[in-house]
Write a protein that binds this ligand. Structure first.
Ligand SMILES: C[S@@+](CC[C@H](N)C(=O)[O-])C[C@H]1O[C@@H](n2cnc3c(N)ncnc32)[C@H](O)[C@@H]1O
Length: 287
């Protein structure tokens, strides 16, 4: 650590050289592209972490990151630079499609095989709103899958900070405002914090079916599938074309026949060579 502590409001300068070096590392490690005009974002987000560690130069902080044998500081660096914006029922068309088209079809197919197996992956789950929405919709529209313990949602993200929030499953009124009242009542417990704020805690029923894990989408998949559905929404916008192409291939391989990939509404697979069948905007099928 630097011997000279920076005052709390000290504006730490980021040189073009350090910016490029850190951006190249982040791109190589997490696929996140910070090369184009993200210098100020990098400066402000990392400054906060640097101040808490009493660094006043990006060069020495980055050396510290690289020399940290535990790898923990890399996690902090990526946590600080990832954009985690999310919400319950975000891009509701996907949940409507799931409720109307997929769940009735899957339920009919699985009943014929006497199976209750359902596997869904929320591949960049942020603070948990996406996987909990998936759970609510599936449990509500197809209680069949909720009985028997073979319905599982894997929820992964590169950021440990958001994963901790997701695992806690405690959300305030601002975050829960998009949840329909009947769902809020059925799948959350209202609690009061010590300060007297109203909070909503996810039900044990939902917690039981979701496993939260740290996973970097750049790494080889640590499981084989076959999966029924993958949500990979609003993360590929940060990746370059080559990274997206590789990721989409991994998704294709881990989905079962008849499995679906949902991507974010500002993302598109047009312009890529991929084996999926286009079904509707941001919905792809493995035939
Ligand atoms: C904008 S949020 C999207 C959350 C949710 N899927 C949604 O659409 O609301 C993007 C998430 O992707 C995660 N992320 C970024 N790069 C990643 C990587 N290489 N591997 C896994 N997660 C990553 C970020 O930490 C962040 O939580």
């Amino acid at each position: 650590m630097s011997a000279f502590a920076a005052p709390a409001d000290f504006n730490i300068e980021l040189s073009d050289k350090d910016y490029k070096e850190i951006a190249t590392f982040v791109h190589k490690t997490a696929g996140i592209n910070l090369m184009d005009g993200k210098k100020e974002l990098m400066r402000t987000r990392l400054s906060k972490r640097m101040r808490s560690l009493k660094f006043n130069s990006f060069k020495t902080y980055f050396q510290y990151v690289m020399n940290d044998k535990s790898g923990e500081e890399i996690v902090f660096l990526l946590d600080a630079l990832a954009t985690n914006l999310t919400s319950f029922f975000r891009e509701p068309q996907h949940f409507q499609f799931m409720a109307k088209e997929l769940l009735p079809k899957w339920e009919q197919q699985r009943k014929a095989k006497n199976s209750r197996r359902l596997r869904i992956w929320s591949a960049a789950c942020s603070s948990g709103e996406e996987p909990y929405t998936i759970a609510m919709v599936a449990l509500d529209k197809s209680p069949y899958f909720g009985q028997g313990g073979d319905f599982k949602i894997l929820a992964t993200d590169i950021s440990t900070k958001v994963l901790n929030m997701a695992q806690n499953g405690l959300y305030g009124p601002e975050r829960t405002k998009d949840i329909p009242a009947q769902y809020l009542q059925k799948y959350f417990r209202k609690t009061d914090t010590a300060k007297g704020d109203k909070m909503y805690h996810v039900s044990d029923e939902m917690k039981k079916i979701i496993a939260f894990r740290r996973f970097n989408l750049m790494d080889p998949l640590p499981f084989k599938g076959p999966l029924d559905l993958i949500f990979c929404r609003n993360v590929m916008i940060y990746f370059d074309k080559e990274t997206i192409a590789k990721l989409v291939e991994k998704y294709y391989n881990v989905l079962g026949k008849g499995g679906y990939l949902f991507i974010g509404h500002s993302e598109s697979l047009s312009g890529f060579k991929h084996p999926f069948k286009y079904v509707a905007p941001c919905i792809y099928l493995k035939e």
